[in-house]
Design a protein around this ligand. Structure first.
Ligand SMILES: C[S@@+](CC[C@H](N)C(=O)[O-])C[C@H]1O[C@@H](n2cnc3c(N)ncnc32)[C@H](O)[C@@H]1O
Length: 361
């Protein structure tokens, strides 16, 4: 140790920081246990239930009691579940269920906890990426499209008609009359299917790189008997269908492309005069120093390292990453030649940014 380091070493700061790291370990473990609780339906089992014993809870969930008891202990010490030692009773308060169950009024944060569990599962793969510079494929991240559908089901599809489409004045009337709509990077297609259901006179198309997600979307549309929506497996690298669409959406589907700028350019060229592009992406800044207080910034940078950056690099792209920043997105949109570009942040959803870009009529 150098003299300078010895002099500047502050024992109290070091001990305080060690305590902070201990808290991080506990919070990380709690997040992994919240993921388990979500996947096994345990929060849904506990929701609205009077204080119950672990055999009662395990029985209701159809799970092995010994393991459920251990999970409950982790949730009690994490402050998620309440515990009455006298009767060995466990209880999920309604105020905690409000962000942990499948119909949670505050949005189900347990959906995102699944990423924390998967960061561990992806560790060896990420180490290889970091050692070699290579990328990954979508299939390397287990259950990606299932988790993404749960995520966008609550951030996009649930708010589509009340908050999101109203960002484009006059759109509802045009959709009712009948227009051509593309969702670029539609994955399992729940937003597009919701629009197709509501606007039978319009024609909806979804493109995505991943055949498994597209088959899921096509099956879901078919199950509903929708005839105005089609899904196609398609690599959007170099995308351009001149004057093909009246309205294009992309939900969290630009930054992890091989060529995000090329896709934005291609979407602009593929819109008819007067057409509109509605883009949602992560609302962080391109400048790290601005993201210190951004909601769940550490988790977003981690997801970027483990998934979004390597899937772009795996396609031969530069890997802009999840936190490519609204500044970068806005620059790409302005450079693409839209006649106007508006940026919106929805009050109930500070994590995302929404751009409404119009092509000259
Ligand atoms: C973060 S997911 C978002 C999916 C969907 N829009 C949603 O909100 O659930 C990004 C999507 O972009 C798709 N994607 C990535 N690169 C692509 C490419 N080169 N061509 C077409 N789709 C691509 C992925 O397959 C993935 O489904």
């Amino acid at each position: 140790m150098t003299v300078m380091e010895t002099k500047s070493f502050d024992q109290a700061v070091a001990e305080g920081f060690a305590e902070k790291v201990g808290g991080m370990l506990d919070a990380g473990a709690a997040a992994a246990m919240i993921s388990l609780g979500h996947r096994l339906g345990l929060f849904d089992t506990l929701k609205g239930r009077a204080p119950a014993t672990s055999p009662e809870i395990a029985g209701a969930a159809g799970l092995a009691e010994r393991y459920v008891r251990e999970w409950l202990a982790a949730m009690v010490t994490a402050g998620v579940v309440e515990y009455e030692p006298e009767g060995k009773l466990y209880h999920l308060p309604a105020a905690h269920a409000a962000c942990l169950t499948r119909d949670a009024p505050l949005g189900n944060l347990a959906v995102y906890a699944q990423h924390i569990a998967l960061f561990g599962k992806m560790e060896d793969r990420t180490i290889r990426c970091m050692e070699t510079g290579e990328g990954t494929a979508y299939g390397d991240y287990p259950c990606f499209h299932q988790i993404m559908a749960e995520d966008s089901g609550q951030t996009v599809t649930a708010g589509l008609f009340d908050h999101i489409l109203p960002l484009v004045p006059g759109l509802d009337a045009r959709l009712r009359e009948g227009i051509d709509v593309l969702d670029a990077g539609c994955a399992r297609g729940s937003a597009l299917i919701a629009m197709a259901r509501r606007y039978p006179a319009s024609r909806f198309t979804g493109y995505d790189l991943c055949a498994d997600a597209i088959s899921f979307a096509a099956r879901a549309a078919q199950a509903e008997g929708l005839t105005n929506v089609t899904f196609e497996t398609r690599d959007l690298t170099g995308y351009c269908e001149p004057d093909r669409w009246d309205f294009v959406t992309s939900f969290d589907a630009v930054h992890d492309q091989k060529d995000p700028r090329g896709l934005v350019d291609g979407i602009c060229a593929s819109l008819r005069p007067g057409g509109v592009y509605l883009m949602q992406d992560i609302g962080g800044s391109a400048h790290l120093e601005n993201n210190r207080d951004f909601p769940m910034a550490t988790m977003l940078y981690a997801a970027s390292l483990v998934h979004c950056t390597p899937v772009s690099i795996g396609q031969g792209g530069e890997g802009l990453g999840t936190m490519w920043g609204w500044e970068t997105a806005e620059r790409f949109l302005r450079d693409a030649g839209f006649s106007s570009v508006e940026r919106h942040v929805l009050e109930h959803d500070p994590m995302n940014v929404w751009f409404v870009s119009r092509k000259q009529g």
